[in-house]
Design a protein around this ligand. Structure first.
Ligand SMILES: [Zn+2]
Length: 377
């Protein structure tokens, strides 16, 4: 990761670069700030800058062996400590070192923009809280006692430092107080209240603010090909959080997908286009169970809204313009005589999908029944 790949944060980047150029990199720093603002990408770009033998006034070279190893998170002088917990594969005594393969894959996938919930989701332990155990501190201590393999420095990044247990923090404190030679610590945290005061007082603070709206907007346009409008809408709502901005854009695209698919499906039902309905039901297999259920939910929402349209309450319908137009055209076909049956049909299909039913058959069944119901007078 180079500084140029990190979204916004020009001021922080400048300070970090200056600290290297003036040869006054503090041995322990705390990157503190809200989620989704790029603390880990900054730390990675910083580590890469420090270890790159060909760095320029503004960035690491990005191509030398050291830079390449850092971007793959495999540099032998770059160490990570992250929260972990017991999982399907690690049944007891969890510690970061046992999860490094997962960590590399996860960080690469997220391009460095990581947060607690998606990390636990990645480890498939959504319902558990991870922590940094005293075993992590012991392992780190052991690793840092060796000389640097390649670079001048050894760098330890401790992600979500607030997840350190008290015994972990105490053990780490000793390291921070008497650091091994040529060793740099970068602690990353969101919540400084949860960090021990002693840890805070032994690190030099780097405040990383929320991302600015204009930076979020530009990044959405450049990285996700968003339109101007889409990017500025998402940037406002995301509140300086890149992870949230990406989710918003994805949700909007999903919503559009459900709209188009449901619209197409209902048109086929109106036309009673049997062979096309069979194709539609077969193809639905490929979108997966979760999206099949979402599609049925979307339909259920359209049916509910129809009730509002039919009772002159259109102003209560919260949908984008195009979808609202479709919904108002659909509403007259939903009548007191069939509304319960239509709603039941969609709900029952969703339950069957949930129970692992065979999607093409379920959707075909709904298609036929819907065709009949919509044509009811
Ligand atoms: Zn380099």
């Amino acid at each position: 990761m180079q500084f140029k790949d990190v979204i916004g944060q020009e001021e922080v980047k400048h300070k970090l670069i200056l600290s290297v150029q003036e040869n006054r990199v503090p041995h322990a720093q705390l990157f503190l700030g809200p989620e989704g603002n790029g603390k880990l990408p900054l730390a990675l770009a910083y580590a890469q800058y420090i270890l790159c033998p060909h760095r320029t006034a503004t960035d690491s070279c990005g191509v030398c062996p050291s830079c390449q190893k850092i971007s793959k998170l495999t540099h032998p002088d770059l160490h990570f400590v992250v929260p972990s917990t017991t999982t399907k594969s690690v049944k007891s005594n969890p510690e970061s070192d046992l999860f490094m393969a997962e960590w590399r894959e996860y960080v690469t996938q997220k391009e460095g923009y990581v947060d607690a919930s998606s990390w636990y989701e990645f480890l498939e332990v959504e319902n558990k809280q991870g922590y940094i155990s005293v075993r992590d501190a012991a392992t780190l201590l052991r690793k840092l006692s060796f000389k640097a393999y390649e670079g001048e420095y050894k760098i330890a990044i401790i992600w979500m430092a607030e997840k350190m247990r008290v015994d972990t923090a105490n053990k780490l404190l000793k390291l921070l107080e008497e650091p091994p030679e040529k060793t740099l610590f970068i602690l990353i945290a969101v919540d400084q209240e949860e960090l021990l005061t002693t840890i805070r007082s032994r690190t030099s603070l780097v405040k990383v603010p929320r991302l600015e709206q204009k930076d979020l907007k530009n990044a959405l346009i450049q990285k996700l090909n968003c339109t101007e409008q889409q990017a500025s809408d998402a940037a406002i709502v995301a509140d300086g959080n890149w992870i949230k901005a990406v989710e918003l854009v994805k949700d909007e695209e999903d919503q559009k997908y459900y709209f188009r698919t449901f619209q197409q499906w209902m048109r086929l039902c109106f036309k009673a286009a049997i062979s096309e309905l069979i194709d539609f039901s077969n193809n639905i297999k490929s979108i997966g169970r979760e999206r099949q259920k979402q599609l049925l939910d979307y339909g259920l929402n359209i049916v509910r809204n129809s009730l509002l349209f039919n009772n002159n309450l259109a102003q209560l319908v919260m949908l984008p313009e195009e979808e609202k137009k479709f919904n108002s055209g659909f509403a007259p076909f939903v009548k007191p005589a069939n509304i319960i049956q239509i709603a039941d049909l969609l709900e029952e299909a969703s339950r069957q999908i949930e129970r692992n039913g065979y999607a093409p058959l379920i959707f075909l069944d709904v298609s036929f029944k819907m065709t009949k119901l919509l044509r009811m007078r």
